[in-house]
Write a protein that binds this ligand. Structure first.
Ligand code: SF4
Length: 418
């Protein structure tokens, strides 16, 4: 098994209509179709009720076992390779530094986000544990087995962080607490800190406080959409999904108070129809609140309601990556930058020599997320090829080399300094 797989989907430098950014008018999701009754709510898996036998690798030729958190969790292919429960190689990566544990249930996630491979509408075609998510398969693993391996490796563990990823399910809040308790019973959170990727729709302030009291280090909210209009269209009523922009902000502000400065953040997907000015204004707002932004480049996930749409053109993505890094780590403010009539960055607000140094350092173009043990601005959560194929990398899961940087400069249209 390798993360390097042939890709039919788009990952162009420019979008299908030749524009160098994905405009709002272009990025309309398909409407979800009705799911037949016999496929709803994990019915197929629950009727057959096949007992799981240890690690389950997504397999469309066998009956999917009935696996449920907290006994079972799913993890990315990269995490399973790093943990040694799958064999294979990743393109230019030895391992991932973040062990992401995704809650799992036969009923799956009850939300219907348009860009997501786990969305509810997919129950018509594929059982939950077999769905692709951020471009790769997510094997299901007994939680105890994952904890045993990390506890056994002790200080030698390759992981710099663990992240519990909630989904929208009535059991999600309680099971997140159980997973966190079972982890911290065996693994010191000072050695491998824990992040929570939350699901605000089912949460109350007390739930946020409880996770903090139990030792979680960072709390993030997957806002995903950069504006309320895009939120509504991609994960609210526009696609028969239960989320609301105001509830997400309510829990984000609770996290700010409970976890404190530098310990909360929001995920944002770039290229779903917002302007660069929109997304960077949001990045600035998060920094002003004391938080961070974790960026993803929109990729048309196969089977999602947006799989017919173009990936974010690389010029748009690189400009936003660079500007976001300057705001998050270099004290530049969005008001210092200049934008054109379509909201694209035309001036990063920094003298040319300083900008060149930031580009050459390459960190701005690495995957962004919660920090690991290397540096404050290097994410433990490196998500290898989670938002692009390896042939046209969006977020670098490693330090970009000279060739990578030359390519990045071309995409940014910033010529090399002499
Ligand atoms: S809530 Fe999260 S897991 Fe569920 S459909 Fe939306 S993005 Fe996917």
């Amino acid at each position: 098994m390798s993360c390097h797989r042939p890709e039919a989907s788009t990952s162009a430098t420019r979008s299908a209509d030749g524009a160098d950014h994905n405009a709002f008018s272009l990025m309309q999701p398909r409407a979800p179709a009705a799911t037949p009754k016999e496929a709803r709510n994990g019915a197929r898996v629950k009727i057959h009720n096949v007992a799981p036998q240890g690690v389950y690798l997504p397999n469309y030729n066998v009956l999917t076992p009935s696996m449920r958190s907290p006994e079972y969790v799913q993890m990315s292919t990269a995490a399973a390779l790093t943990l040694g429960i799958m064999s294979g190689k990743m393109h230019r990566c030895e391992c991932t530094r973040c062990l992401n544990l995704l809650l799992t249930y036969p009923e799956g996630c009850r939300a219907n986000c348009a860009y997501c491979g786990l969305a509810r509408h997919r129950e018509a075609e594929r059982d939950y544990a077999d769905r692709n998510f951020i471009r790769v398969d997510w094997p299901a693993v007994p939680l105890a087995q994952a904890i045993d391996i990390v506890a056994r490796d002790g200080a030698k563990s390759p992981f710099h962080r663990m992240c519990i990823s909630m989904i929208t399910h009535p059991r999600s809040d309680e099971d997140t607490v159980t997973v966190l308790r079972q982890w911290t019973d065996r693994i010191d959170p000072a050695t491998i800190p824990v992040s929570i990727l939350s699901n605000p729709t089912t949460m109350r302030r007390e739930d946020v406080a409880r996770l903090h009291d139990l030792g979680a280090d960072i709390f993030t909210v997957a806002l995903d959409a950069a504006t309320p209009e895009i939120f509504e269209r991609t994960r609210g009523k526009g696609v028969q999904s239960p989320h609301s922009w105001s509830k997400y902000w309510e829990i984000l502000m609770d996290a700010r108070e409970i976890f404190g400065a530098g310990k909360f953040g929001a995920h944002i997907i770039v290229g779903m129809g917002e302007s660069e000015h929109d997304v960077l204004t949001l990045v600035q707002r998060l920094v002003d609140l004391g938080g961070h932004s974790h960026m993803f480049c929109f990729f048309p996930e196969k089977g999602s309601l947006m799989d017919h749409l173009p990936a974010t053109p690389r010029d748009q993505w690189r400009r936003v990556q660079l500007a976001r890094y300057l705001i998050d780590y270099r004290g530049v403010r969005v008001e210092h930058m200049k934008f054109d009539g379509e909201g694209r960055v035309v001036d990063f607000g920094l003298p040319r020599a300083e900008l060149d140094a930031v580009v050459d350092a390459g960190t701005a173009f690495r995957t962004s997320g919660c920090p690991g043990k290397f540096a404050e601005d290097v994410s433990a959560c490196d998500r290898p090829y989670g938002d692009s194929p390896p042939s046209n990398i969006a977020s670098y899961p490693f330090a970009p080399n000279g060739n990578d940087l030359r390519r990045i400069r071309k995409q940014l249209r910033i010529v090399e300094a002499k």
